[in-house]
Design a protein around this ligand. Structure first.
Ligand code: SAH
Length: 278
């Protein structure tokens, strides 16, 4: 029997708003360049201008074509990042010059990425926009740490929370504690004391497992595990730096059985060391 032939269908028409300029809002994922989507990579390769943030990893920046102009709008050492309102203006300005812009952000632009604000501002000016989702830190970092966000009989759900707010932080700690499922805190490093104290005050067991994943999905990834009551101590003791993701819940204990990435990194290092000494 002959092999059935499949017609390759283009799932979505290629985005082009060249005459007027356009913006692709692209999620770059959590760090590993191989976690970029095919669509994200194509956009990086075809853009007239790339505007990117601090969380876009060096390895991903290395994929920028050398001839494409780039603009960095993240935080420089000891400096504030470019204001969101300025970024919105910049995107509009450059698009109105007729450029096709790749607006590249860490993880997914719609998960604590302020992507919605950028799209609103562009649409108000009648500029064509497309959105390319990326792997958000909660999905990427936990996978590379061997922690499933949900697991049959252990956790039936998960909630993403930001521990950072421009003005007042409004978190329903009692609501979170009651969920009895996995909690993932973005931007929580400087708020580890508050997360630990508030969750315990709301009724979560002080012995609930916690994980801190620093620079997840990169070869520098560090996974620190402990209990909810120790969370602030762990941050100090291991001198954890941003970006770090905090995971709270019983699924953390599965890392012992499910870890794989550390072994892979270790074996790659061993191979390169052997090669170096050969
Ligand atoms: N839009 C991004 C999140 C931006 S908020 C996304 O979808 O992933 C920034 C926070 O994300 C950081 O403070 C950290 O808590 C988390 N984060 C992002 N990338 C990370 C990484 N590679 N390792 C650990 N945490 C990460």
């Amino acid at each position: 029997m002959s092999k059935p032939t499949h017609q390759v269908k283009q799932s979505v028409l290629p985005f082009s708003g060249k005459e007027k300029g356009s913006v692709s809002l692209v999620g770059a994922g959590p760090g590993d360049p191989e976690l970029l989507t095919v669509k994200a990579l194509r956009c990086i390769q075809q853009a007239d201008l790339i505007i990117y943030d601090r969380l876009v990893s060096e390895e991903i920046c290395a994929l920028f074509p050398s001839t494409t102009p780039t603009l960095y709008v993240g935080k420089a050492k000891n400096h504030h990042s470019v204001e969101q309102s300025r970024i919105n203006e910049l995107l509009v300005e450059k698009a109105l010059q007729g450029k096709h812009i790749c607006r590249l952000k860490g993880g997914d632009a719609f998960v604590f990425g302020r992507g919605g604000e950028e799209v609103m501002s562009l649409k108000q000016q009648g500029i064509a926009v497309e959105i390319i989702p990326g792997i958000t830190a909660a999905a990427g970092c936990t996978a590379y740490a061997g922690i499933p966000l949900t697991h049959r009989g252990v956790s039936q759900g998960c909630t993403f929370v930001t521990a950072h707010a421009e003005t007042d932080l409004q978190i329903n700690w009692h609501g979170l504690a009651l969920l009895n499922h996995t909690l993932v805190f973005y931007m929580g490093l400087s708020k580890s004391q508050m997360i630990s104290t508030q969750l315990q005050a709301a009724g979560l067991d002080s012995q609930t497992p916690v994980a801190l994943i620093e620079r997840g999905c990169t070869t520098d990834q560090r996974l620190i595990q402990g209990k909810l009551a120790q969370l602030p101590e762990l941050v100090v003791q291991h001198q954890l730096q941003s970006p770090t993701l905090i995971v709270v819940g019983k699924v953390v204990d599965l890392a012992e059985q499910l870890s794989w990435f550390e072994q892979q990194v270790a074996s790659t290092t061993a191979v390169s060391t052997t090669r170096l000494s050969a």
